[in-house]
Write a protein that binds this ligand. Structure first.
Ligand code: BEZ
Length: 211
């Protein structure tokens, strides 16, 4: 199944390293990052899961819960976590779904048969509090993802949700933002008290509203 931006993220029940979950119940009102890794006891995945654990405070600041999945079984995940903790100098502090039947991986289209019939690719889904999919990423098995980019997208998505701004090319936290075009120009001064610039009628900027 292909999952596209704006789709409702499918719910599921899963066995995880932190017990049985219902995905929606587990998410509650939080934002979610749901990502797949191809296989346990593999080097790139080991670094990614270690990084996720170390970024817990950053995800917490963004009211975001993270959950990983692979098609390996629970006991294997539990053994591998010991290696992740040891080699990445951390403590895995988020659930990893065991999906040996591939039911959840297939529900989210995480298996790309022309890449591998049996393993998931590196998919990322960012899910909003409304359970809608806000971001999808697909990386090959050989390329570890950039978790700073995932945090950056969360910041951008949350700015849009809370302040009606978009973020320009290469935006980073603290840079000016773009006022979304649905805000009429006459409403801009009241809505963006930090000031604004009108570069073109369709290109209006403002200092980052939450800074
Ligand atoms: C890795 O995590 O290193 C990896 C996993 C599957 C295929 C290739 C690399």
């Amino acid at each position: 199944m292909e999952i596209r931006l704006g789709d409702v993220a499918p719910n599921f029940k899963a066995t995880t390293t932190e017990g049985e979950i219902d995905f929606y119940d587990w998410l509650g009102d939080s934002w979610g990052v749901f990502y797949s890794h191809p296989a346990d006891f593999t080097p790139v995945c080991t670094t990614e899961l270690g990084r996720t654990a170390k970024l817990k405070d950053e995800f917490d600041k963004r009211n975001t819960k993270v959950i990983a999945i692979s098609v390996d079984p629970l006991e294997k995940h539990k053994e591998w976590i010991k290696d992740i903790n040891e080699t990445q100098n951390t403590t895995v502090n988020f659930p990893i779904i065991a999906d040996p039947s591939k039911e959840i991986a297939n529900l989210y289209g995480m298996i790309h048969p022309n890449a591998s019939d049996t393993l998931t690719v590196r998919s990322v889904f960012v899910i909003g509090p409304d359970k809608k999919v806000k971001l999808t990423l697909t990386y090959p098995a050989s390329t570890g993802r950039n978790f700073q980019e995932i945090l950056r997208v969360l910041d951008s998505l949350q700015l849009t949700a809370n302040y009606s701004v978009a973020t320009p090319v290469d935006w980073k936290d603290g840079d000016d933002c773009i006022i979304v075009n649905s805000i009429p120009t006459e409403d801009v001064p009241a809505k963006f008290p930090k000031g604004h610039k009108i570069i073109k009628p369709y290109l209006r900027t403002t200092p980052q509203p939450n800074k």
